[in-house]
Design a binder for this molecule. Structure first.
Ligand code: ADP
Ligand code: MG
Length: 223
């Protein structure tokens, strides 16, 4: 088992008002190497759930065990260290830094942790794998949306994470680029044995994924 949520709830405090209960008891187990799609209406709590899985946010109650460690008991520094070595993120917008070139951007996560091997060699190989070999020294502003998103996928993989979390990764792309990014994400996941959890509405992406669950009224239902 790579990641396991047990009885996880999340309520957001609205200053002075009744807290909004978004997650109401999530039980979810993710195996090493598996692919999982999370669907649900806008506002159903998909990003909230992904942020908890990514340790970017904490559950209000419940337990989260990631890679054998109960992160609910760890302090923020310890969680940041676990996150840096275990998790890669892809967001709807690429969040590349505009003043850095592609190679520098994809190497950023390696500054936060000790990664085995030659990170720059791995970055160059991965950038070639995703078709960006001749864009390595371009800045994000000189690339198309699809190219930026492919660079963001390389950045997510650079520390050889066990888990990649992608929040509507094709949401900002046109159909053709969305299709190729969906193929890329799932192929790289298979090649590297990385687990992939993806929030998506895109049928192109969802049909490549092993298991789909839906978030409805704060709980998960099988699809
Ligand atoms: P989804 O990704 O499925 O669209 P979100 O997880 O972003 O849903 O949001 C779920 C609910 O939680 C929404 O009603 C949203 O307004 C609320 N919410 C999300 N983040 C916060 C926050 N930081 N503070 C207060 N409410 C929030
Ligand atoms: Mg969302």
């Amino acid at each position: 088992m790579l990641a396991e949520l047990t009885g996880v709830t999340k309520a957001y405090d609205a200053a002075g008002n009744t807290p909004t209960s978004v997650l109401r008891g999530i039980d979810l187990a993710i195996d090493a190497g598996e692919t999982l799609a999370i669907e649900g209406r806008s506002g159903s709590g998909k990003s909230t759930l992904l942020n908890i899985l990514g340790t970017l946010d904490r559950a209000t109650s419940g337990r989260y065990v990631l890679d054998g460690r109960d992160v609910t008991t760890l302090d923020d520094d310890a969680i940041a260290a676990v996150r840096a070595e275990t998790i890669g993120f892809v967001f709807q917008l690429h969040h590349l830094l505009p003043q850095l070139d592609v190679l520098e951007n994809v190497l950023l996560p390696t500054l936060a942790t000790t990664v085995p091997g030659d990170a720059e060699a791995r970055a160059r190989a991965l950038l070639e794998r995703v078709g960006l070999a001749d864009r390595i020294h371009h800045r994000p502003g000189q690339l198309s949306g699809g190219e930026c998103q492919r660079a963001a996928v390389v950045r997510a993989l650079i520390n050889e994470p066990k888990l990649v979390l992608a929040d509507e990764p094709t949401g900002s792309l046109d159909r053709e680029n969305a299709e190729s990014l969906a193929a890329l994400l799932t192929e790289l996941n298979r090649e590297n044995g990385t687990a992939l959890v993806v929030v998506t509405h895109a049928p192109d992406l969802a049909r490549r994924i092993g298991r789909t669950i839906e978030l409805r009224d704060g709980v998960l239902v099988a699809r």
